[in-house]
Design a protein. Structure first.
Length: 322
């Protein structure tokens, strides 16, 4: 069982940024409105994620840290959500298998629970005072899987990957206040007031935010909302395009291409826009994932969605010219 967990961990948890992503997504699933991520030494020494969500009851701790024990599949529709929404019940077990993990959680903000796991084995569980919500602290990631450690990039690159994923989650959830601190220094703090433009300002700068154009469109299957840069405000790589599907950051080459098609010939040469595009879709249109980290998803009606995106972006740019 423990070895299975370590192997599974290799699929879900590639690097410190994967831990951050899984823990923050869990916090969002737990209906948190405030999430604080703190990392030490690019997450290799320590990662902690604290939320003000629903918390975990004492008798549910073991279940939460067991593989395939997700509590989130309640009906048939949720089954279709597995791919995009990360309801797979593997993340906590995988993280605990390759680190020293500690949880402090409370469902009511009075009495709470503290428990510790090392290499997938529970060391202790006790009652403890805790604010309502959950704090998970992960120390010494990959301490027992040296091959994983060796595969990591430089601390600077690993930190950039953490910043990147937190930025994108923040862009997908302007209604959540997200804070990221690294070695005691706050790198990002979003207000959580639902204003996407303000989050863009926090992440890409006020000037960029001010020059972004609003994209809005819908058809019977999809609703689009987002901000795209004007053609003279481009970047030399596609990292500044964030596509979010039902609140989760996804990678989808076709949809990014559709977005760029909206610019027609205005994106001369090797230029890419800065864009945030939130897509709401019926989960039934989302196919099973093709990648264990769930970032790559396939959609039914992808062609229709692509057309909707291209049309909405070109509309936004046209409106600008008037
Ligand atoms: P999944 O998210 O796919 O259900 P995880 O391993 O990520 O699987 O989490 C396992 C379970 O632990 C979740 O289903 C949830 O019940 C509980 N859990 C994890 N993180 C939190 C959190 N921050 N707040 C409340 N419950 C949580
Ligand atoms: Mg999860």
């Amino acid at each position: 069982e423990n070895l299975t967990n370590q192997i599974a961990a290799g699929e879900v948890i590639e690097r410190p940024a994967s831990v951050v992503k899984e823990l923050v997504e869990n916090a969002i699933d737990a209906e948190a409105t405030r999430i604080r991520v703190e990392v030490l030494k690019s997450g290799l020494t320590q990662i902690s994620v604290q939320d003000n969500g629903i918390g975990i009851a004492p008798d549910q701790i073991d279940l939460a840290f067991m593989r395939h024990a997700t509590s989130k599949i309640k009906n048939e529709r949720d089954l279709f959500n597995i791919a995009t929404l990360g309801f797979r019940g593997e993340a906590l077990a995988s993280i605990a298998a390759v680190s020293h993990a500690e949880i402090l959680t409370s469902t009511d903000g009075q009495i709470g629970t503290k428990a510790g796991f090392s290499g997938g084995i529970k060391n202790f569980q006790e009652d403890a005072g805790s604010p309502k919500g959950t704090k998970i602290t992960v120390r010494d990631l990959f301490y027992n899987t040296p091959a994983r450690l060796k595969y990591l990039k430089s601390p600077k690159t690993e930190l950039l990957k953490i910043v990147d994923i937190v930025d994108r989650i923040a862009l997908g959830h302007p209604e959540i206040s997200l804070t990221l601190a690294s070695d005691g220094k706050v790198l990002l703090r979003t207000p959580g007031n639902g204003n996407l433009k303000q989050d863009v300002a926090n992440i890409y700068g006020r000037k960029v935010a001010e020059e972004m154009l609003t994209v809005e469109s819908e058809d019977p299957d999809f609703t689009l909302y987002g901000l795209v840069s004007q053609p003279d405000l481009t970047r030399s790589n596609r990292n500044f395009i964030s596509i979010l599907l039902n609140g989760r950051y996804i990678k989808n080459y076709q949809l990014a291409a559709a977005l760029m098609d909206g610019y027609g010939t205005q994106l001369a040469g090797k230029k890419y826009p800065i864009a945030v595009l939130a897509i709401e879709a019926d989960p039934l249109l989302v196919d099973v994932n093709v990648h264990p980290t769930k970032e790559e998803v396939r959609l039914s009606k992808e062609k229709e969605l692509s057309r909707l995106i291209t049309g909405a972006v070109s509309q936004a740019l046209l409106g600008q010219e008037e």
